[in-house]
Write a protein that binds this ligand. Structure first.
Ligand SMILES: *Cc1c(COP(=O)(O)O)cnc(C)c1O
Length: 374
């Protein structure tokens, strides 16, 4: 059962029930436009990661602003995107296991769908499924550019896998996946750039090695919200996979600009709407938004517009606030906006986005891939 939305179109924001997941549509639109603007005049195109929003409506808006398509991590996410009208999906991940690979191959008959690989046995399985479904599946070699998660090592191991893909009749070698996840949240600008540049050089050398063996990389794809400017200017990457930039969570807001100030590339546009449900003391208030309303893996949320109010603890259904300014009035029943620490797993807790402009509800978008873990 999908619960009904907590809002109706035209409602004043204050009437929206809590907890709810809000999008400030003006800030969101500016974020989408800013990434497009940053890439103007370059050959690099955005391929935003849809794991951040899990919503085909948002994916289509990103494409209307120039994105080639989106990335997904799971076949279920890719299905939700394609069924929602998104024509171009890169599964920027490994898909292992018979039933998932069959779904992937079947989906590739309905849209442009590509996938990443980092193991010869997986390439064999992908080829078998592609032949069975009569599709020519584009496959990218994922290389480990510094995150030490998935991916073959750059250079010779990547070449060997690319050769196997190119020689597989059901597959087409489509290029390199080179995402440096651990560079994204390095706070200091120079260190973040160094980490990204190390990955970019490994990618460049691999592209050149493959070219010497007659394998051209049509797609060289990677980057996130913390590093996209570096990959964009590298001359190596053809696509950028930034995802969180549309929402900007509290964790990303801790990244620093070259002069040591906080980055202003993007604005907070995603908020958890919460109600003060208890006011036991002058210094303490309790919200109806705890662990089941927001993700705290990357830190606790911030209270938007109230720097003197601190969210100090998340329990299952309760969020505890400390009021540092005795003059702050925060009466029972007051609603406020929380900036989540980590946007992606927070979005995964909701069925609907409530989009507002000028404090009025303007859009209610289903989070179609919410919970799509397979
Ligand atoms: C999460 C992810 C991204 C997007 O990163 P953000 O930090 O949200 O911008 C891009 N590519 C891959 C493979 C990812 O897993």
């Amino acid at each position: 059962m999908i619960p009904s939305p907590p809002a109706e179109i035209g409602m004043p924001l204050d009437a929206v029930d809590t907890p709810a997941l809000l999008i400030d549509l003006d800030a969101f639109d500016r974020n989408v436009a800013r990434l497009a603007h940053a890439l103007e005049g370059t050959a690099v195109r955005p391929r935003p990661h849809a794991k951040s929003h899990k919503c085909p409506v948002i994916a289509l808006r990103q494409m209307a602003a120039g994105a080639v398509g989106v990335c997904c991590q799971k076949v279920g996410e890719a299905e939700a995107m394609v069924y929602g009208g998104v024509p171009n999906v890169l599964v920027s991940n490994q898909i292992v296991g018979r039933s998932k690979i069959a779904r992937l191959a079947a989906l590739a008959k309905q849209a442009w769908v590509a996938v990443c690989a980092d193991h010869p046995a997986n390439v064999t399985d992908l080829n078998d499924a592609a032949l069975a479904y009569r599709v020519r599946l584009p496959v990218l070699v994922e290389i480990n550019v510094g995150m030490d998660r998935c991916g073959v090592e750059p250079g010779e191991p990547a070449l060997a896998l690319a050769k196997q893909i190119a020689a597989s009749p059901g597959l087409r070698f489509a290029g390199l996946q080179a995402y440096h996840g651990s560079a994204q949240h390095v706070r200091e600008f120079a260190k973040r750039k160094d980490a990204a540049d190390t990955g970019i050089e490994k990618t460049r050398r691999t592209v050149e090695l493959l070219a010497r063996h007659g394998l051209s990389c049509e797609l060289v794809t990677g980057a996130g919200t913390g590093s996209y400017r570096f990959e964009a200017g590298s001359g190596v990457f053809t696509e950028l996979q930034a995802g969180s930039y549309i929402f900007m969570d509290a964790d990303y807001a801790k990244n620093l600009a070259p002069d040591g100030s906080t980055t202003t590339d993007f604005e907070h546009s995603l908020f958890v709407w919460a109600t003060v449900m208890s006011r036991p003391t002058k210094e303490r208030a309790v919200l109806d938004a705890g662990l089941k309303a927001l993700s705290v893996d990357a830190g606790l949320p911030w209270v938007a517009g109230m720097p003197d109010v601190e969210y100090v603890r998340a329990a299952d259904e309760h969020g505890k606030l400390t009021l540092h300014d005795p003059a702050r009035s925060l009466d029972l029943g007051i609603k406020l906006r929380l900036i989540p620490g980590h946007c992606d797993p927070t979005a995964n807790l909701y069925d609907w986005y409530v989009g507002y402009r000028n404090d009025r509800v303007e859009a209610i978008w289903p989070i179609a891939a919410r919970g799509a873990g397979r």
